[in-house]
Write a protein that binds this ligand. Sequence first.
Ligand SMILES: Nc1nc2c(c(=O)[nH]1)N[C@H]1C(S)=C(S)[C@@H](COP(=O)(O)O)O[C@H]1N2
Ligand SMILES: [Mo]
Length: 257
Amino acid sequence: MSIDLTRRRFLIGSGIAATGILTGCDALVQSPSVNAVLEKGEWLSMNAQRLLLGNQQLAREYSEADLSPVFKANGTQMPETDVYKQLVDSNFANWRLQVGGMVKTAKSFSMADLKAMPSRTQITRHDCVEGWSAIGKWTGVPLGLVLEQVGLAPGARYAVFYCADDYEQSLDGSGLYYESIDLVDAWHPQTILSYGMNGKDLEIAHGAPLRLRVERQIGYKHAKYLMRIELVDSFKNIGSGKGGFWEDRGYEWYAGI
Ligand SMILES: Nc1nc2c(c(=O)[nH]1)N[C@H]1C(S)=C(S)[C@@H](COP(=O)(O)O)O[C@H]1N2
Ligand SMILES: [Mo]
């Protein structure tokens, strides 16, 4: 049963337990950002997981022996934007990660800056909504350490990740890939900005030079080709307002596994 607790279908199917959880957290229900999530019908799965399991529940980690011999690349595998092509031509020497928005001091980080910070390596299973999974080893800097360097301004609630790839020209005409997570996931110990995969520099197909790993959520949350992180109090004016490229196309914002 403890494994089933992490499963959406258990939580959805468990009306009595869910009611008990809901009455236990009126303060959360009154928060505007939580209301926005609640309206989308996802509040239960997100907060029930957190209340039942605690905020710092780790995704399962595996051993070297479990590594998948082939880790499929999915979505964009070579961004076609001019900005990205120029970065590839210079071997990412001019790449910088911009971190701004609702922060105390906006900063930009070179790859050397990020690699000089403490790193974390984790072997985890990536689950894509399309139905495939793969186990890989990821190395990077914990996102929380980067956010501590810029400092959060009061009211910041989400980190939004902007990518270099124009995955699809649709909706508002811009297919730029982006994603967002809340601050609980941002400071989760397994949430890292990853520059290494399976002991080597991250390959272009997997998001070079830097991608997000947010291990308790499904594949499309793991934004590749990171260019900029923005701290915001709401994502309703970004893209089509749903918090991510795939969310704008109908997928869930909190995509727990
Ligand atoms: N920038 C960007 N990030 C992205 C995607 C993408 O197309 N563009 N695809 C997502 C999806 S659906 C998955 S499953 C994973 C795939 O990561 P991989 O190519 O390393 O397997 O990246 C996610 N992050
Ligand atoms: Mo995916």
